[in-house]
Every structure is written in structure tokens, then in C-alpha cells.
Design a binder for this molecule. Structure first.
Ligand code: SF4
Ligand code: SF4
Length: 151
């Protein structure tokens, strides 16, 4: 009776070892789902929304004509826009565009209403800070300038 139990334990142990090894082997050949952050970045889904950024013309300048439609459409009043009409220009161009990201609900009203497709949601998922103030004024003009410099 005792020998029978020992044999049962040995077979059971060997079986569980085989099951464990087969799972390990299967996972070893599977494509990893993790990335080597921060050396690698995740590709966010098309519907992912982070803070607003400017789109740009071929020359790198903003398409924003400072019409203020996004300001009026924003339900949380978190956009501030200033613009000027340069000499000889038909339309105004933006001189300041600030977003208070701490109040933005990512509703998309501003993006939808924009007549020139000047703003889109960025895919930035790794912006962090211990201070809320760091997100209370995101300067879109400066951000575009910095992106142009990196090109
Ligand atoms: S996404 Fe909505 S809340 Fe955020 S800035 Fe645009 S309109 Fe305002
Ligand atoms: S982002 Fe679009 S809607 Fe807002 S001020 Fe500029 S052009 Fe007008």
C-alpha cells in the first residue's frame, strides 16, 4: 500500500514537471509583449488621446489661424489663444496657444471644430510629474518649435 502511494506521488510529480516545462517552452518561443522601456516606446492605438499638439504645414509652421473657435467650443475653458495678422497676410497666425491640461477632459470638441485641422491629440503616454502645475500650461507653439528642431 505504501509503495503504491510512493509510485503515485512520483508519477504525479513527473507529470506536473512536464506540464510546467511545456508551458515554459511555449512561452520561450512566443513574441514578447513587454518593451525595453525607456529604450523602446509603445505604439499607442489610433484612438489614444494625450494632450493637444499642433499639426504643421510643409514649412513646419502651425496651421492655426487664431480664430478662437476651439476656445469657444471647450467646455472647461482650458485653452488660451492669441494671434496677429502679419502685413500682407490674408489670415491671422497664432502667436500663443496654451492648454491647461489639468482641466482638459479630452472630449475632442476643440479638434472637431477647428476649421484648419491645426490641432490633434498627441500620443504621449509617458508624461509624468509630481507637480500638477507642470501640466497647467502646455505651450503648443513652443512644442512645435522643439519638434521642428529635432527634424
Ligand atoms: S479636448 Fe475638450 S476639454 Fe480638452 S481642450 Fe479640447 S475642448 Fe477643451
Ligand atoms: S486651433 Fe483651430 S479652432 Fe483653435 S484657434 Fe487655431 S485655427 Fe482656430
Amino acid at each position: 500500500m505504501k509503495a503504491k502511494n510512493i509510485l503515485k506521488d512520483v508519477i504525479g510529480g513527473f507529470w506536473s514537471l512536464l506540464v510546467g516545462m511545456s508551458i515554459t517552452l511555449r512561452e520561450f518561443f512566443r513574441k514578447p509583449v513587454t518593451v525595453h522601456y525607456p529604450h523602446e516606446s509603445l505604439k499607442m492605438s489610433p484612438r489614444y488621446r494625450s494632450h493637444l499638439i499642433f499639426t504643421a504645414d510643409e514649412d513646419g509652421s502651425s496651421k492655426c489661424i487664431a480664430c478662437n473657435l476651439c476656445v469657444k467650443a471647450c467646455p472647461t475653458e482650458c485653452i488660451f489663444v492669441e494671434g496677429e495678422k502679419k502685413e500682407g497676410a490674408k489670415k491671422k497666425s497664432v502667436t500663443q496657444y496654451d492648454l491647461d491640461f489639468t482641466r482638459c477632459s479630452l472630449c475632442g470638441a476643440c479638434v472637431e471644430v477647428c476649421p484648419t485641422d491645426a490641432i490633434v491629440f498627441s500620443k504621449r503616454y509617458n508624461i509624468v510629474s509630481g507637480d500638477k502645475k507642470d501640466f497647467s500650461r502646455i505651450d503648443l507653439c513652443k512644442d512645435l518649435e522643439e519638434r521642428n528642431k529635432k527634424k
